[in-house]
Ligand binder design. Structure first.
Ligand SMILES: C[S@@+](CC[C@H](N)C(=O)[O-])C[C@H]1O[C@@H](n2cnc3c(N)ncnc32)[C@H](O)[C@@H]1O
Length: 244
């Protein structure tokens, strides 16, 4: 790639990263309550399903990373299922980490790391399990982030990525669109004091690759044994894959 193209790419990524930082700086305090309102509580069910999909083949003092862990819901659920695990929450946004620390009843049992998903301060082959819940959509360089996930997983490691998708059923899609454009930004205005972060959310969901396209990206990065589980009429997809 010519040098100028590389610079343009980096500038675009920087702009995106700075925009995403602003979004999460703004919403951090109200992040959890907004999620419950927007999803009518379904986000709790989706996160439970994600943890169920880890399966029962793991036990003991696992090394676990919840990347883009935000306020730590997924990591806390993982901790409940695997109490002996070494839990590491990584997030680039310090306000989200602070919001997570303040709701963690047992702070000493979780390591928090403020680090970018595209360049994790984690050694190679570290994690038995890595979850990435509603995080990949927000990365400024998704491919780089996925390569990083692969790098930090042990050869036997498991990757679980949960992300929004679009309903396939026509009626559900219409209801979903009406809710997304008509209700969610207004909830943002009411609860967080601004609709903009939620306009970003709604738009970013629509520009995220389809499950088919995203599966191709995962395979091209090197993930193996990929399976997909659609939840709530394909509003959410969980991608489960192995390093080897
Ligand atoms: C929608 S929230 C998801 C939080 C949590 N995983 C959940 O499921 O509720 C997205 C998170 O990704 C984080 N994030 C955005 N860009 C990131 C990056 N480049 N590296 C690490 N975290 C990032 C944000 O700070 C935010 O906490």
């Amino acid at each position: 790639m010519p040098k100028n193209d590389l610079n343009t790419e980096n500038n675009e990524e920087k702009k995106h990263a700075s925009y995403v930082k602003g979004v999460f700086d703004n919403v951090a305090d109200k992040y959890d309550i907004m999620n419950d309102f927007m999803s009518l509580g379904l986000q709790r069910y989706w996160k439970d399903k994600l943890i169920q999909m880890v399966g029962n083949n793991f036990s003991g003092p696992l090394d676990y990373i919840d990347l883009a862990g935000g306020t730590g819901d997924v990591a806390l659920k993982f901790k409940r299922k695997f109490p002996e695990a070494n839990i590491n929450i990584i997030d680039k946004n310090i306000e989200m980490i602070k919001a997570g620390i303040s709701k963690n009843p047992n702070k000493s049992n979780i390591n928090y790391l403020c680090s970018s998903g595209e360049d994790m301060a984690i050694k190679d082959n570290f994690a038995d399990v890595l979850t990435l819940s509603f995080g990949i959509r927000n990365m400024s360089n998704r491919k780089k982030c996925l390569e990083e996930c692969l790098r930090v997983l042990k050869p036997s490691g498991l990757f679980l990525c949960m992300e929004f998708s679009m309903p396939e059923n026509y009626t559900l899609r219409n209801i979903y669109d009406a809710w997304s454009y008509g209700i969610i930004p207004n909830l943002g205005k009411l609860i967080v004091g601004s609709s903009e972060p939620y306009e970003y959310l709604v738009d970013s969901i629509r520009s995220f690759p389809s499950p088919n396209e995203f599966s191709k990206i995962l395979r091209s990065v090197g993930f193996k044994k990929l399976s997909i589980r659609q939840l709530s009429g394909n509003i959410v997809c969980v991608y489960r894959a192995n390093k080897n």
